[in-house]
Each structure stands twice: as structure tokens, then as C-alpha cells.
Design a protein around this ligand. Structure first.
Ligand SMILES: *Cc1c(COP(=O)(O)O)cnc(C)c1O
Length: 398
């Protein structure tokens, strides 16, 4: 039985994964954040403020929808969708960004700092910072800035300080380095807001806690709608925040099968994928230990997915632990299956999913077809596909 209350341990380990693989002065800073979080999260002021924002700003609880036509088309288990795509800003990321911005404010920080790749984390964080009234600085590679114009515009409108990064390949990795250097200049007055359940302790724990509202709501909602717990719960896994947010509520339900879905990209037998759990080996990345895709020298490999939110060479430490203990199964869906699920869900339900979320839908469609019609699959639909619509239309020649 998973004793969630005891995870991670006091050093931030989930079994052998996680921790703080950092120089001593940074360990001290991270422990300071952990202590402050422990203190703040128990205060009524913080709890009430976050709960209020979830209800009246994000629009929580997000509904659960029985995808009847998709179920009929696939022929098998009933498919239900947890609609995180209906949140303000269109995805689950707002849940932890609000938590982080609010924490920074309660800790008396002057600034929240982060990097962004495709700009999804940047927009969610800039939104939260505008609302909470705290300065926001986002580092983004110049190449990504040119590719992701709509998100760049949004971040500017939301009032964040967008710092273009031109060094190296001018992409995500360089943005991480640049943001981290900036952070080290003044860690006392700044909070580095990590965008998933990755990075050094306490981030895998904190971000999980902020996202766990997803599974808490879903577990109640599905019992009301379907009259029982789901037989299978599934979500896509990049760093793993939407997945762990959903899974946490079901870990102790032994009869509920839990499946994380990774991006197989152009195929597991090609270098163009980001199936960290399926193909990775144990190692350190960005201050923590996890499965990762790395070369012989332990350097992160370039990874790829059609969904830019999923192409990270590491993965949250709790997922690694859950895989090893056999509680969660990790499968993958490739670009083609993802596009097929994207179009199918759009055409039979009128819901355009994010390409990230479409990976989970693709798995659910495959799995449901092999299950009887009294079974229930619950899919975390982590975000909406507005950001992907033009790309997909071009790709498919629509
Ligand atoms: C960022 C993103 C993801 C991937 O991040 P996780 O931490 O793995 O959840 C998934 N879906 C959407 C819509 C995203 O924006």
C-alpha cells in the first residue's frame, strides 16, 4: 500500500528518486522553500485564498464529461473526460502556477522567475502573477520566441518581463540555464517557479499538492456519474504534473488500474521520441534523480514529440517510484496515434484537445476497444487544442 502522506521522505526522495542533486548553498535555499511551504500551506489565509481562486477564477471544479459518441465509435469501455481544458487559460498548469505565485507572495518574495519552452508555462505563470500582483520574469529561447508568437504576445499583454535568450541553440535548455543564473543572483527575494513535478525537492512535492485537486474532484464526480470508481485512470506524462494530480487520489484504490502515457514521437525504435520511462535509464538531471534519456556521458539527449509540452528528457521522481513498485503502468502513443485521437475527439465530441492530452485519449481509445462495455476509463484531458489548431490543420492539409 502506498503511504502517500509519507512521500517524499524528509530529504525529498521517492524511493531512490528525487532529492536535491545541488551544491550545498542551493540545498539550503531549497530547504528554506520547503520549510516556508510547510508553514504557509497550513495557514487559513493561504488555504482560503487558493480555494477561492480555484472556484471563482479557474472555474473549479472542472466537469467530467461522458464521451458517449467516442465510446460508441471505439466500441468497448465507457470513456469519461476530466475537463481541465475548460480551466481559465485552457489547461491544468494554472492550478500549480496560482499555488506558486501565491506562495511567493505569502513568503514575501519580490519576483517569480521561470523559463518556458513553447510558452504554455510562461503564459500560465504570467496570468497567475498578474492576478496575485507579483513581478514575473520569463526566460525564453529566441528560436522559441519566433515560433510561438501567440504565447509571446499573451505574456507581454499580461505584463511579464520576457527575457529573450540567444546563447547556444536559443531553445529551452538555454532558457533554463539563463533563468537559473538570474535566480542565483538573488534567491532570497525570488521564487523559481518550476512548471511540472520535476526539479529538486520540494518542487515535485509542491506541484503535486497543487495539482492533486484534479484527482480529488474526479474521484467524487466519477462515482456520482458512473456509480463506481473507474476501472482505468489515464493521463499523458511529460514532466508528469497533470498525471500525478489525477493519479494521487486513486493510488490507494487497489482495483483501479493507473496508466501514464508517454510520447513515442516518430517511434520507440527511432531517436525521435521522449519516452523517458519506457526507454530511459537512471540518472540526474536539473537537480534531481529520475529515469532519463541521456547519452553515455550522462548528458540529456535531444528529445522529440509532436506535443511540445511532452518533450522533456527527464520525468517526475514520483512517477519513477510508482513505475518500479508496479503501481502505475507506463505506455506510449506515437505522433500518428496522437493526431488520429486529436481529430477523432474533435469530430465526434466537438472537443479539440491539446496535442499533449491527445496522447492520453489515443491510449484510452486503444484500451477501451479491448474492454467490455460495463468498464469505465477516466481520461485527464489536460488542456485544449487552440494552440495546436493551425499546426494540425497545416500538417493534415485541411
Ligand atoms: C505542459 C502540458 C502538459 C505536460 O506537462 P505535465 O507536467 O506532464 O502535465 C500536458 N498537457 C498540457 C495541456 C500541457 O500544457
Amino acid at each position: 500500500m502506498v503511504q502517500l502522506g509519507e512521500m517524499p521522505d524528509k530529504d525529498g526522495y521517492f524511493g531512490e528518486y528525487g532529492g536535491q542533486i545541488l551544491p550545498p548553498e542551493l540545498v539550503e535555499i531549497m530547504n528554506g522553500i520547503n520549510d516556508a511551504y510547510d508553514e504557509v500551506r497550513q495557514t487559513e489565509a493561504f488555504k482560503t485564498e487558493l480555494a477561492d481562486l480555484f472556484a471563482h477564477y479557474v472555474g473549479r471544479p472542472s466537469p467530467i464529461f461522458f464521451a458517449k459518441r467516442l465510446t460508441e465509435k471505439v466500441g468497448g469501455a465507457q470513456i469519461y473526460l476530466k475537463r481541465e481544458d475548460l480551466n481559465h487559460t485552457g489547461a491544468h498548469k494554472i492550478n500549480h502556477c496560482l499555488g506558486e505565485a501565491l506562495l511567493a507572495k505569502h513568503m514575501g518574495k519580490k519576483k517569480v522567475l521561470a523559463e518556458t519552452g513553447a510558452g504554455q508555462h510562461g503564459v500560465a505563470l504570467a496570468t497567475a502573477c498578474a492576478l496575485v500582483d507579483i513581478e514575473c520574469e520569463i526566460h525564453m529561447g529566441q528560436v522559441d520566441i519566433e515560433k510561438e508568437a501567440p504565447n509571446v504576445t499573451k505574456m507581454k499583454i499580461l505584463g511579464c518581463n520576457l527575457v529573450p535568450v540567444t546563447r547556444g541553440t536559443a531553445t529551452l535548455k538555454d532558457a533554463v540555464d539563463s533563468a537559473f543564473e538570474e535566480y542565483l543572483k538573488d534567491p532570497v527575494n525570488t521564487l523559481y517557479a518550476i512548471g511540472s513535478v520535476v526539479g529538486p525537492h520540494p518542487f515535485p512535492r509542491m506541484v503535486r499538492d497543487f495539482q492533486s485537486v484534479v484527482g480529488k474532484e474526479a474521484r467524487e464526480q466519477i462515482q456520482q456519474m458512473a456509480g463506481k470508481l473507474p476501472d482505468v485512470v489515464t493521463a499523458c506524462v511529460g514532466g508528469g504534473s497533470n498525471a500525478i494530480g489525477m493519479f494521487t487520489a486513486f493510488l490507494d484504490d487497489e482495483d483501479v488500474e493507473i496508466v501514464g502515457v508517454e510520447p513515442a514521437g516518430k517511434g520507440l525504435d527511432t531517436p525521435d521520441n521522449a519516452a523517458t520511462m519506457t526507454l530511459g535509464s537512471k540518472g540526474a538531471i536539473h537537480g534531481f534523480k529520475c529515469y532519463n534519456l541521456q547519452d553515455d556521458d550522462g548528458e540529456p539527449l535531444p528529445v522529440y514529440s509532436i506535443a511540445s509540452g511532452l518533450d522533456y528528457p527527464g520525468v517526475g521522481p514520483q512517477h519513477c517510484y510508482l513505475k518500479d513498485m508496479g503501481r502505475v503502468r507506463y505506455e506510449s502513443a506515437d505522433d500518428k496515434e496522437c493526431l488520429d485521437a486529436f481529430m477523432t475527439l474533435s469530430r465526434v465530441e466537438g472537443i479539440i484537445p491539446a496535442l499533449e492530452s491527445a496522447h492520453a485519449v489515443a491510449f484510452a481509445m486503444k484500451e477501451a476497444a479491448n474492454m467490455s462495455s460495463d468498464k469505465v476509463i477516466l481520461v485527464n484531458l489536460s488542456g485544449r487544442g487552440d494552440k495546436d489548431a493551425d499546426f494540425v490543420a497545416n500538417k493534415l492539409g485541411l
